[in-house]
Unconditional design. Structure first.
Length: 166
């Protein structure tokens, strides 16, 4: 290593000055230790280090995918229906069985109506706002599903959505 690495050139008088000196002994000008480019580089490196230090720590864990069966799939629905009020209102006798391991509530039922030709012409959605305990059966006689198309001759009902009681 040469001795020149210990010295720098003064920008005021071009004399050789020690790098540890704060001022030039010849002209008294302040000696710059680092250029602006050096300070910009240090600033960006500091930002990167701070960003890494503050980033959320990720745990090295495996995520197991467990397929959860929707509550609706464990509900059984038995029903019979009739047209009431001059053939414009659907009235249904429901028996709902909860085969889930949890109690459910707010049972949304959808009934799709079909004409003689087999064409789907109408549908109704209603919610039964009650709790059905797990492993139990509940009957809802004369449940009003609302208006239905006058040409409906067949209907298919199913449990569309339920909520878990918490």
């Amino acid at each position: 290593m040469g001795s020149e690495s210990l010295f720098t050139q003064c920008t005021g008088c071009n004399k050789s000055v020690s790098k540890s000196a704060k001022k030039c002994p010849g002209c008294g000008k302040r000696i710059k230790k680092l250029s602006i480019i050096h300070w910009v580089g240090i600033f960006f490196i500091a930002l990167i280090v701070i960003g890494i230090a503050n980033s959320p720590k990720r745990k090295n864990t495996e995520i197991l995918a467990v397929e959860k069966v929707p509550l609706e799939e464990n509900m059984d629905l038995e029903y019979t229906w009739t047209k009431e009020a001059f053939g414009s209102i659907m009235e249904v006798d429901f028996i709902i069985t909860n085969n889930n391991d949890v109690d459910v509530k707010d049972i949304q039922i959808e009934c799709n109506h079909f004409a003689k030709s087999g064409t789907e012409i109408d549908s109704n959605n209603r919610t039964i706002y009650e709790v059905v305990k797990h492993g139990s059966k509940k009957r809802y006689p004369n449940f009003n599903m609302g208006f239905m198309h006058s040409q409906a001759v067949k209907s298919s009902c199913f449990v569309k959505k339920v909520l878990e009681v918490k």
